[in-house]
Design a protein around this ligand. Structure first.
Ligand code: AP5
Ligand code: MG
Length: 227
């Protein structure tokens, strides 16, 4: 593990743009992305015992149990952490116990300044529109995010086909209207306590305007991390 490793938490509601911004950082900066949602969808696609256990929870829009999440994250970190300088945590931590365990893990080996939290701000009505237009790559190791919205910068070059790997694009099972609303409620239930936890631990919450076009969101993020 490198002593100067950096950890970036992308926090924000479903559809705020966490995954898309994280993928831009992977493509353009060579960073690593840990998306707990992507890892769970991979487990479901592979039919693992975790996948079978969480399939219904994900489809309902509720949160997966903290112990399952933490075991999966620790395993991922042990495997990948020595390979990369910077990791984006996309959609993790999501609850107070996850945040406490994660910051304890980081504090053991790194300075407080290695951890930065970015909040993508967007209002609910816009994210509902974005999520109904979202399409994702069906390949479990790709899961690149696209949009079928006519004014989106993330439309696939060939409709219905992933630009990166050529697999079919699909709609996520939890992007049904009813489930989106459950996910938003769950997000708002935990958001304040998580942000307050980071503030009390001395980690500043850095805001990103998620209404801006994607390239601008990316440039604003890069400007902040280059300061
Ligand atoms: P997860 O996969 O993390 O889903 P989520 O939090 O609901 O977030 P999304 O992936 O829906 O949104 P996003 O912010 O990534 O938006 P995106 O970039 O795709 O989690 C799924 C489930 O797994 C959870 O419900 C839970 O069950 C479980 N889970 C995961 N982590 C867990 C944890 N830690 N603990 C417990 N359970 C966990 O963008 C959306 C669309 O908008 C795209 O089409 C994109 O092109 C478009 N878009 C994005 N930004 C812009 C922009 N600036 N302008 C125009 N369009 C934009
Ligand atoms: Mg995502």
């Amino acid at each position: 593990m490198k002593a100067d490793s950096r950890f970036f938490l992308f926090f924000g509601s479903p559809g705020a743009g966490k995954g898309t911004l994280a993928q831009m950082c992977v493509e353009r900066l060579g960073w690593a992305q840990l998306s707990t949602g992507d890892l769970f969808r991979k487990h479901i696609a592979e039919g693992t015992s975790i996948g079978k256990h969480i399939d219904f929870v994900i489809k309902s829009g509720k949160l997966v149990d903290d112990t399952v999440v933490m075991n999966m994250v620790s395993e991922w970190m042990q495997e990948k952490i020595s390979e990369v300088d910077a990791i984006i945590f996309d959609g993790f931590p999501r609850t107070l116990p996850q945040a406490q365990l994660f910051t304890d893990l980081i504090k053991e080996k790194f300075s407080q300044s290695s951890l930065r939290v970015f909040e993508l701000e967007v209002e609910s009505e816009l994210v509902i529109k974005r999520l109904s237009s979202r399409r994702v790559c069906s390949a479990k190791n790709c899961q690149t995010v696209f949009s079928v919205s006519p004014d989106s910068e993330r439309q696939a070059a060939v409709p219905g086909i992933c630009d990166r790997c050529g697999s079919k694009l699909i709609q996520r099972a939890d992007d049904a209207d009813e489930t989106i609303r459950t996910r938003l409620t769950v997000y708002h239930k935990h958001a304040n306590e998580l942000l307050n936890f980071f503030k009390k631990s001395g980690v500043q919450i850095e805001k990103l305007d998620g209404y801006k076009p994607l390239d601008e969101v990316f440039e604003n993020f890069v400007a902040l991390v280059s300061e």
